[in-house]
Structure formats: structure tokens, C-alpha cells
Design a protein around this ligand. Structure first.
Ligand code: GUN
Length: 285
């Protein structure tokens, strides 16, 4: 292997340390701490694990943290009523509804109901629009984490070719906009792209977020490229990324491993967004 690893736990720990140092100062100034409310509907094991980690991290940091664990039969009206209450709750600065939701609930109606100033996921259309035009907004946590990893290795994106594989609203589209804001030349690839390898081989930075195990192989990567692998796929009893690590790490200069790459960044970015919301509320931004 020649590539250096960009280790998610290491980058995340550095950011959490900054938050932990800032918190007592903010508490002293305002008499309050940031508050995060997470809503989980149903019993999906992966969602339960994610939410448990969010609760643990926010408590460890000294945030006010609450989780509403609701049964799968919860109606859309009940969920909207809870969101409405949290929108008006002074101790809550961030609201997150864990996705996916059960089929009988309209996801868009739910995300639209979260107050824009508490939408720490950055999924509300106003936040999405503000990201598009480069105004103040909450940056969705996973793309935010990818950008922090590039910042951590001191990678200057100006004038570089960035290729994003995947066009989801949660990762592909927002990360493309963030790379563009940093003056990269950005290409977005997806399932209909013809000759994917020809495009990815031009990338100085390659971000892959498609959810297909080992889809990008070393021969599709430009020597010396920085590779950010957002995929987390279960293959047998192992977790693997969207990038085939063995071959890619022979070619890339830096690569994020799976597990231990982008995954651990996401929760820390949620904490950073909640802190940001708290500061905005108190006029400290
Ligand atoms: N489910 C998987 N990832 C996410 C995320 O980033 N936010 C929310 N709300 N749900 C998710």
C-alpha cells in the first residue's frame, strides 16, 4: 500500500476537542447548552445503532440530548405534532428525524416541517437552496465530514478536478456544491454515465457515494488522487466501501478506509451543526 489513510476517528476527535473547549465559554456567556432532539420511529437495527451513537456523543460533549423513540405505527399527524412542539422548545437547537421513515409517512412533509433554524441535517429545502447559492445554511453532515477530511490533510481544491460518483440529495449533490465553492472543477457521475472509468481517471479528488461494494477499482483512479469513500456496505460479515481498498490504495495518495473513514465524521458534524445553531440563536455568529 502506498496511500496514506485519512482516519475518520482522528479527524473527528480533533473537531470534538474544539467543541469541548468552546462549550464552557458559551455556557458561561449564555447560561445554556446546545440541545439536540432526535426522533426515531420503528425498530430498524441500523437506525437504532446510529441514534444510540448520536445520543452518546451529544451527552459526552455536554449537550442537552433527548431521543424520542416512537413505535412504527406512529401516524404522520403525531410526528408533525411532535416536530411542531420541538420547533417551539427553547432548549432545543437541533432536530433530527432519523431516516428512512416507515412507508405510511411522507418524508418530504416531515422534513419540510422542521424549523429551518433547527434543521441540523440540512435537509429542509430552504437550507438546500441556501447551500446552492452559497448563503449561510446547515451543511448536511456527511458531505460536511468529507470536506473536513480534505481540509485536515491540507488539500487545496482550487483548480483541481473533482469527480463525484453518486447524485443523491444526501451526499452526491451537496458535496458537489461544496467542492465547487472551493473552486474545484466538478463532474458528477451516476448510474447512466458512460465509461465511468474514463471520467474517474481524470479526478484529482474522487468522492464515491453510491452504495455498491467495491465498485471503483484501482485502475479507475489517477495515480496520486485523493479518494474519499462514503460507501458502507455489508458483505458477509465484513463492512466494505464503494471503493476496492486493496487496489485503490496502491494508486491513491490518500484514501479513507471503511470502516474508520467518513462514517465516524457524520455524527461529529451533527454536533458541529447543533453548536452552530446554538451560536446563531444567541447572536454569537
Ligand atoms: N439516515 C442515514 N443517514 C442519515 C442522516 O444523515 N440523517 C438522517 N436524518 N437520517 C439518516
Amino acid at each position: 500500500m502506498t496511500a496514506k489513510l485519512i482516519k475518520g476517528p482522528e479527524v473527528a476527535a480533533a473537531i470534538r476537542k474544539q467543541i469541548a473547549e468552546e462549550l464552557p465559554v458559551l455556557k458561561e456567556k449564555t447560561g445554556e447548552v446546545p440541545g439536540l432532539s432526535v426522533i426515531l420511529i420503528g425498530e430498524d437495527p441500523a437506525s437504532k445503532a446510529y441514534v444510540g451513537n448520536k445520543e452518546k456523543t451529544s451527552k459526552e460533549l455536554g449537550f442537552f440530548s433527548e431521543v424520542h423513540r416512537l413505535p412504527v405505527e406512529t401516524t404522520q399527524e403525531e410526528l408533525l405534532a411532535l416536530i411542531d412542539r420541538l420547533n417551539r422548545d427553547e432548549k432545543i437547537h437541533g432536530i433530527l428525524v432519523q431516516l428512512p421513515l416507515p412507508g405510511h409517512i411522507d418524508e418530504k412533509a416531515v422534513l419540510d416541517a422542521i424549523a429551518v433554524e433547527k434543521d441540523v441535517d440540512g435537509f429542509h429545502p430552504i437550507n438546500v437552496g441556501n447551500l446552492m447559492v452559497g448563503d449561510d445554511c446547515f451543511i448536511p453532515c456527511t458531505p460536511h465530514g468529507c470536506m473536513k477530511m480534505l481540509e485536515y490533510i491540507g488539500f487545496d481544491l482550487k483548480g483541481k478536478n473533482a469527480v463525484v460518483v453518486g447524485r443523491s440529495n444526501i451526499v452526491g449533490k451537496p458535496v458537489s456544491l461544496l467542492l465547487l465553492q472551493q473552486h474545484a472543477t466538478v463532474t458528477i457521475c451516476h448510474s447512466r454515465t458512460t465509461d465511468l472509468g474514463a471520467v474517474t481517471r481524470e479526478a484529482d479528488v474522487l468522492v464515491v457515494a453510491v452504495g455498491k461494494p467495491n465498485m471503483i477499482t484501482g485502475d479507475m483512479i489517477k495515480p496520486g488522487a485523493v479518494v474519499i469513500d462514503v460507501g458502507i456496505n455489508r458483505v458477509g460479515d465484513k463492512l466494505v466501501g464503494d471503493v476496492e481498498f486493496e487496489s485503490a490504495s496502491q494508486v491513491a495518495s490518500y484514501i479513507t478506509p471503511v470502516p474508520g473513514g467518513v462514517g465516524p465524521m457524520t455524527i461529529t458534524m451533527l454536533m458541529l451543526n447543533t453548536l452552530e445553531s446554538f451560536k446563531r440563536k444567541h447572536g454569537l455568529k
